[in-house]
Design a binder for this molecule. Structure first.
Ligand code: AMP
Length: 463
C-alpha cells in the first residue's frame, strides 16, 4: 500500500475514527464490516479532506465502499435530501461512471445498502435495459447516480438529468472503460456537458497506462495517488496450477477438475461460441452450469449471475469481458480453460478466488498456443512462491518476446493487503453443495442452455 502526493491526510485504522454519520455507521455495522480495508483507510480521510484521488485498486479491494462511504457521509453531513425531479429533470449530487451494466448494478446495490434510512436515493441506469423504468426511478429523486457512459449521455440528451450539481465524480475501472472505447463518452460527460469544474473527482483503475494518466491529468486536481493490492487475495492464498495438454483434452480435464473440487467454479473461455458450447456440455454432464458473454441478453446474464451468487449455479463459464469487474465472492476454483493472451488478464482472473481471507485454487490449461504468455507466467508464479513446472520454464526460455510477454505498463499494486480482518464471507472453499445430478438449476427454465452462438471470435464486444 503506497500513497503519493502532497499533504497526505492521516489514514484511519477503524471506522470509528472516520466519525461517520450515525445512520451510515449503522449500515456499516449491519453489513458486518468491522475493519476498513487498506483502500478505505486512506480514501475516507482523503475524500473528507476535499482531495481528489487516483486509486490503483481492483475489485476485491473494497474499492466500492472506499468511494461510497466518504461520499454518502459528506452528503449526510451537508444535510442533502432527495427531491422529486424538478420539471422532469434530476440534479444528482454524485455521479459514478462504470464500464459495464453488471458493475454498475453491483455498485448500485452497495449504494442502496449504505443509503438505507439516510433519506438519500441511489439510482442506476445502463444500456440494454428499458429506459422507462430508469427514468421513473430518477423522477422519484436521485442523489447518487450510477451509470454506464452511453446511457448517461442518452438520458442527459433527453434533458432528464443535469450534471450541474455534481459534487463528486467517480470513474470506476477507468482502464476498462478506455479499453472498451468509452473515452469519447467519458470526456463528453465530464467536459462536454454542464459538469462543474469545482467538484471532487475519484478515479479508480487496475492499471495506469499513459491514456489513464492523461485522463487523470485532465480531470483531477492536486490529487493523491493510492496503490493497493487485492484484499485477502495475497498471492499465497491462491494455489496456481498449470497443466500442459492438447486442446482436445481440455473437455476431459475440465470434468476431472470439477469432480475433484466441487464448489463454486468460474471457468474462463476465450470465445462466445466456446463459452456456450462448454456450458452446454457441462450442463449435459450433470453440472449446474451456465455461461455468460457479451452476446447474451442482459436479462439472461443477470439471471445467471444471480443464480451463481445464490449457489443455484455452481459452474459459471464466462469470457473475460463478461466477468471483468463482477464481484463474485467465494469462488473456490478458477479454471482457465483458455489462457488469456496477456498476463494482466491472468492476474485479474485468478484474483476471483482466494478472496476475503479464503484459500483459492486457479488451474490453467496450457496448450502450445499459449507459449507467448509463458515468460510472464513463470514470473507471476515465482513471485507468488508457486511451483513452476519444468515444461513451462522450457517454453519461457525458448520463447523470445511476443504477445503478452510483458506486464503492461503500470502493472499491479505492490504490497498486497494482509488477509486478516475482512472475514465477511464464510471461510473455506467447500462452498455451495452440488452433487452429481440432484436438483439441478436451469436458468433457461425447462430448456437446456441455448445452442452455441455463431461467434467464434474473442469476446471483446463489450456491452
Ligand atoms: P469491492 O472491491 O468493492 O468489489 O469489494 C469486495 C468485497 O469486499 C465486497 O463483497 C464487499 O462487500 C466486501 N467489503 C468491502 N469492504 C469491506 C470491509 N471493510 N469489511 C468486510 N468486507 C468488505
Amino acid at each position: 500500500m503506497t500513497v503519493t502526493g502532497k499533504d497526505v491526510p492521516q489514514c484511519i485504522s477503524s471506522f470509528a475514527e472516520a466519525r461517520l454519520q450515525a445512520v451510515l455507521m449503522e449500515n456499516v455495522t449491519r453489513a458486518t464490516y468491522t475493519t476498513p480495508t487498506p483502500v478505505q483507510k486512506y480514501s475516507l480521510p482523503i475524500v473528507a479532506a476535499g482531495r481528489d484521488l487516483m486509486a490503483c485498486a481492483q475489485t476485491g479491494s473494497g474499492k466500492t465502499a472506499a468511494f461510497l462511504f466518504p461520499v454518502i457521509n459528506a452528503l449526510l453531513a451537508a444535510n442533502v435530501q432527495s427531491r422529486a425531479a424538478s420539471r422532469g429533470r434530476q440534479y444528482p449530487d454524485a455521479l459514478i461512471v462504470a464500464p459495464t451494466r453488471e458493475l454498475a448494478s453491483q455498485i448500485h446495490i452497495e449504494a442502496l445498502k449504505f443509503c438505507y434510512r439516510t433519506g438519500l436515493r441511489a439510482v442506476v441506469c445502463y444500456g440494454g435495459a428499458p429506459m422507462n423504468g430508469q427514468l421513473y426511478e430518477l423522477d422519484y429523486g436521485c442523489n447518487i447516480l450510477v451509470g454506464t457512459p452511453g446511457r448517461l449521455l442518452d438520458i442527459s440528451d433527453r434533458g432528464r438529468i443535469s450534471f450541474s450539481n455534481i459534487k463528486y465524480l467517480i470513474l470506476d475501472e477507468a482502464d476498462r472503460m478506455l479499453d472498451m472505447g468509452f473515452e469519447k463518452d467519458i470526456r463528453q460527460i465530464v467536459e462536454g456537458r454542464d459538469m462543474p469544474s469545482r467538484r471532487q473527482t475519484l478515479l479508480f483503475s487496475a492499471t495506469f497506462p499513459k491514456e489513464i494518466r492523461q485522463l487523470a491529468q485532465d480531470f483531477l486536481y492536486n490529487e493523491l495517488f493510492l496503490k493497493v493490492g487485492r484484499v485477502g487475495s495475497t498471492t499465497e492464498s491462491i494455489t496456481q496450477v498449470m497443466k500442459y495438454m492438447k486442446a482436445f483434452d481440455k473437455q476431459t480435464e475440465v470434468l476431472k477438475e470439477l469432480r475433484a473440487l466441487p464448489g463454486r467454479t468460474l471457468i474462463f473461455s476465450e470465445t462466445k461460441r466456446d463459452t456456450d458450447s462448454l456450458a452446454r456440455y457441462l450442463f449435459n454432464q450433470g453440472f449446474a452450469a451456465t455461461g455468460i458473454h457479451g452476446d447474451r441478453a442482459q436479462r439472461e446474464r443477470e439471471a445467471a449471475l444471480r443464480s451463481f451468487k445464490m449457489g443455484k449455479i455452481t459452474v459459471l463459464v464466462a469470457t473475460d469481458v463478461a466477468a471483468r469487474g463482477l464481484d463474485i465472492d467465494d469462488v473456490c476454483h478458477v479454471i482457465n480453460y483458455d489462457l488469456p493472451a496477456n498476463i494482466d488478464s491472468y492476474v485479474h482472473r485468478i484474483g476471483r478466488t482466494g478472496r476475503a481471507g479464503n484459500l483459492g485454487r486457479a488451474t490453467s490449461f496450457f496448450t502450445d498456443d499459449n507459449k507467448g504468455i509463458s515468460k510472464s507466467l513463470v514470473k507471476v508464479l515465482r513471485e507468488a512462491n508457486q511451483i513452476v513446472p519444468d515444461w513451462l520454464e522450457r517454453f519461457a526460455s525458448e520463447h523470445r518476446g511476443g504477445k503478452g510477454g510483458a506486464m503492461r505498463r503500470g502493472g499491479y499494486g505492490g504490497g498486497y493487503g494482509g488477509a486478516g480482518g475482512y472475514s465477511n464471507s464464510a471461510a473455506g472453499g467447500g462452498g455451495a453443495a452440488y452433487g452429481g445430478g440432484s436438483a439441478r438449476y436451469n436458468p433457461y427454465g425447462s430448456r437446456p442452455p441455448p445452442p452455441p452462438s455463431s461467434t467464434g471470435e474473442r469476446d471483446d464486444s463489450g456491452y
